[in-house]
Ligand binder design. Sequence first.
Ligand SMILES: [Zn+2]
Length: 110
Amino acid sequence: MLLERSALVKGTLLEVQRTCGNPGCKCARGQKHSCSQLSASVEGKTRTWNVPRRYIAKVKELTGNYRRFRRARAVWVRLNAEMRERINEMEAVRAVADFRDECRRQKRCS
Ligand SMILES: [Zn+2]
């Protein structure tokens, strides 16, 4: 998942019901227009883009790529943190504060 090359698009595809503002339109009598929008948080703000019908399938695929990538990334980041902790423990167990202690200890043993 992390090593794939496919493009990633952040966001969720939404089906939105809207009125167009024309008082003579059917939407003014309750039959709203339906359109697809991509919604995503960009630098802390929610942004939306209209998605033309012909792009819907592709956008679904691309946002799916992003979601799967993010899941895989979260697992990788967690494993990395665990590995780092184990490595720190290994170092702490073996680290010697004063080389002379270690030299004397080796002398006694040999
Ligand atoms: Zn309308």
